[in-house]
Design a protein around this ligand. Structure first.
Ligand code: MG
Length: 370
C-alpha cells in the first residue's frame, strides 16, 4: 500500500465554558485544531488530528503543526502507511524533533492500518480491558468557590476524577484545593495541577498547606529537577506531566522515584506509535498513567480512547474526552462520555468519519505533483 495524497484541514473548536484558564494567567477561548486526511492507492484513507493548547503551553503551536506537515508531506507520498515503525523512523530523518507535527500523520496511518486489518486500533494496541474506562474533568482556574461549584456540577454528571487548574497565588491555590475537596467523597480523585506554574518556594507552601487533603500534586514547577525537589519535600502522591516527553526521562523518573503517576500526551510523544511505547514501558515499570493529549476534537478523542481502553485498568489513572469540552463536532462515530466514562469505538481503525462540512476546504493538499 502506498500513500497517494495528504490533505490538511484547519478547524476552530470553541469551548462550552467560553474559555479555559490555567497557571500564570494563561488561557485559550477557541482551540485551533489541525485534521489530516491520508489517501492511499488501495482506496483506504485515514484521519489524524493535532491540537496544541495554544502557543505558550508546550513548544508547539497550531500554525507550526501545519507548517511542519507541509514540510514533510512530499516525502510521505509513496510510503507504506501500514509500516508504522519504518514510517516514524523516516519522519525523524526528514524533520528533526517537532514530535507534535508527526502525531496527526502517525495517527492517520494507524487508522489506515486498522482499516486494512479490519480491526479497531485498540485491538492492534493489545486488546481492551473492561467495558469502558473512567475520565477526568479539567476544572478551569477560577476563584475557589466557583471552581468548587464546577467540580460539583461535573460530579453530578458522573465524573469521579477532577484535575484542578492551580499554579496561581499559592494561598489562593490552597483555598481552591480545600474548597473543591469539600464537595468530593473519599472515592473521588482530586489532582491539583499547577502546569509548571509555581516556583519552588510557592510549591512547597501549597504542598505543606494541603498535606491533610486527599489530593495529588501535579507538575508543580517547570523543570524535572524543580519537580523532583518538591517531590522529596511532600508526602502527597505526585504526578509528572509536561517534563515527561520521552522514554529517557521516564526511566530517569523511575530511578529517582520522582513520581507515582505520569501523563502520556499523544502528540508530545509524536503519535500513537511512540505513546504506545511509553505506555507499555510504564506498565512494565509499575507506573500508573493518564492517557490524553494537549487538546483536540473528535479524532483525538477517538485516538485517546483506543490507547486508554487498551491499557490495563489498574494502570489507567484517568483519560480525557476532549470532544465534550468543545461546541463543535468534527467527526461521526467518535466515542461519547456516558456517566463520566467512555469506550473505544469497535469499528476498524479509529472508528471515526470526518464531517467534511465542519472542516471546510483543505488548507493544504500534497499529492507529489508539484
Ligand atoms: Mg497536567
Amino acid at each position: 500500500m502506498k500513500i497517494t495524497r495528504i490533505s490538511v484541514y484547519q478547524v476552530d473548536l470553541p469551548l462550552h465554558e467560553g474559555s479555559y484558564k490555567w497557571a500564570s494567567g494563561k488561557s485559550v477561548a477557541v482551540f485551533d485544531s489541525t485534521v489530516v486526511k491520508i489517501e492511499t492507492d488501495s482506496g483506504i484513507e485515514g484521519y489524524g488530528e493535532v491540537c496544541p493548547l495554544g502557543p505558550v503551553y508546550l513548544p508547539s503551536y497550531a500554525a507550526g503543526a501545519r507548517a511542519g506537515i507541509k514540510e514533510i508531506a512530499p516525502n510521505l507520498i509513496g510510503q507504506d502507511p501500514t509500516e508504522l515503525a519504518v514510517l516514524v523512523d523516516n519522519m525523524d530523518r526528514w524533520l528533526k524533533g517537532h514530535p507534535y507535527v508527526k502525531s496527526a500523520i502517525d495517527m492517520a496511518c494507524w487508522d489506515i492500518l486498522g482499516k486494512a486489518a479490519g480491526l479497531p486500533i485498540a485491538k492492534l494496541l493489545g486488546g481492551t480491558y473492561g467495558d469502558d474506562f473512567a475520565l477526568y474533568r479539567a476544572i478551569s482556574q477560577l476563584p475557589p468557590k466557583e471552581m468548587a461549584e464546577n467540580v460539583k456540577m461535573y460530579k453530578d454528571q458522573g465524573y469521579k476524577k477532577f484535575q484542578l487548574k492551580v499554579g496561581g497565588n499559592p494561598w489562593e491555590d490552597i483555598e481552591r484545593i480545600r474548597e473543591c475537596a469539600k464537595v468530593l467523597d473519599n472515592s473521588d480523585q482530586l489532582v491539583a495541577d499547577a502546569n509548571c506554574g509555581w516556583l519552588m518556594h510557592d510549591a512547597v507552601k501549597v504542598a505543606n498547606g494541603v498535606r491533610d487533603v486527599n489530593v495529588y500534586i501535579e507538575q508543580p514547577c517547570t523543570s524535572y529537577e524543580e519537580c523532583l525537589s518538591i517531590r522529596r519535600r511532600t508526602t502527597l502522591p505526585f504526578v509528572l506531566d509536561e517534563c515527561i516527553d520521552g522514554l529517557g526521562i521516564l526511566l530517569r523518573g523511575f530511578q529517582d522515584h520522582a513520581m507515582d503517576v505520569v501523563n502520556i500526551k499523544i502528540s508530545k510523544f509524536g503519535g500513537l506509535t511512540r505513546a504506545r511505547q511509553a505506555r507499555d514501558l510504564c506498565v512494565s515499570l509499575g507506573i500508573v498513567m493518564t492517557i490524553e493529549d494537549t487538546w483536540g476534537g473528535d479524532v483525538i478523542t477517538a485516538a485517546i480512547s483506543h490507547l486508554a481502553h487498551s491499557t490495563p485498568e489498574e494502570f489507567l489513572f484517568s483519560a480525557t474526552d476532549f470532544n465534550s469540552y468543545v461546541t463543535k463536532s468534527i467527526a461521526d462515530g467518535a466515542p461519547q462520555r456516558i456517566n463520566g466514562r467512555m469506550a473505544a469505538p469497535t469499528s476498524p481503525g479509529l472508528g471515526v468519519t470526518p464531517i467534511w462540512e465542519a472542516l471546510g476546504a483543505p488548507v493544504m493538499v500534497c499529492d507529489g505533483s508539484e
